[in-house]
Design a protein around this ligand. Structure first.
Ligand SMILES: C[S@@+](CC[C@H](N)C(=O)[O-])C[C@H]1O[C@@H](n2cnc3c(N)ncnc32)[C@H](O)[C@@H]1O
Length: 230
């Protein structure tokens, strides 16, 4: 008799909030993402200062990396625990204001702004965004919500915005998402009607994932896609 199929949990903002409150944040990396570092030449153009958006940003150090390089950063995050952890871990003081349904955290010492609230409802205006770095975003939402998620991203893009999606790919019934597996075909289906899509590279992250999540996985890949409006 085969083991019953594992049930994939429904992930919403409350699910993730609980993860932050319970300090179950194995998704958080204590280093800068390898794919961001190794693709810096295509991520950044020659411009001095660019505007980066990190959807579902958590407290990723990738944001600090781009700040340190002189860029401006916007993050959208549903858990204030994550936002406040980033600010405090980098010794940043900040103000909080209201913008529609969002609380906006603005750091005083560095050009970083966080919108605290539900990404799916994000209806605020942002300045023109040059780069969207989506690591742990699209793969962190329910498969049924992917189109809604894509539509929010597309609204925030201009013809020159570069959207980078780090897709997680695995073929292992032992893994219960999130992260949800995101195949190249699914990336195509989601974005091809309005966007061009280029697979930049793939990284074997089996060891890194197994270590962070404290359980061995057979094979896991991170596949970096560059997506731009047609
Ligand atoms: C897998 S983590 C990735 C965080 C970050 N991008 C990183 O690389 O470390 C997903 C993040 O998305 C946030 N999140 C999930 N659903 C959300 C939603 N609907 N609106 C806003 N934030 C959400 C969670 O709180 C969590 O911090």
């Amino acid at each position: 008799m085969s083991a019953p199929a594992k049930e994939v949990p429904t992930v919403d903002i409350n699910y993730w909030n609980k993860k932050w409150v319970d300090e179950q944040i194995a998704f958080h990396r204590s280093d800068i993402h390898e794919l961001l570092k190794s693709n810096m030449d295509i991520v950044c153009s020659k411009e001095n200062k660019m505007k980066f958006l990190f959807p579902l940003c958590g407290k990723t150090l990738d944001m600090k990396h781009m700040l340190d390089k002189g860029h401006e950063v916007f993050g959208i995050e549903g858990s204030k625990v994550g936002i406040e952890a980033f600010l405090s871990e980098h010794n940043l003081t900040y103000s909080i204001t209201d913008d529609g349904n969002y609380k906006v955290y603005r750091a005083n010492e560095l050009p970083i702004t966080f919108y605290h609230g539900d990404f799916f409802l994000f209806d605020r205006l942002l300045p023109e965004i040059d780069v969207i770095w989506d690591r742990g975003g699209l793969v962190a939402v329910n498969i049924a919500d992917r189109e809604k998620y894509r539509d929010v991203l597309i609204r925030l893009m201009t013809p020159t915005t570069k959207l980078f999606v780090v897709a997680m790919f695995y073929d292992d019934e032992e893994i219960v998402g999130p992260p949800m597996c995101l195949t190249d075909e699914q990336v195509q289906q989601l974005f091809a009607p309005k966007c061009t899509i280029k697979l930049i590279t793939a990284l074997d992250c089996t060891e890194d994932f197994s270590t962070r999540h404290k359980k061995p996985v057979k094979r896991m890949e991170e596949r970096l896609h560059l997506i731009q409006l047609k």
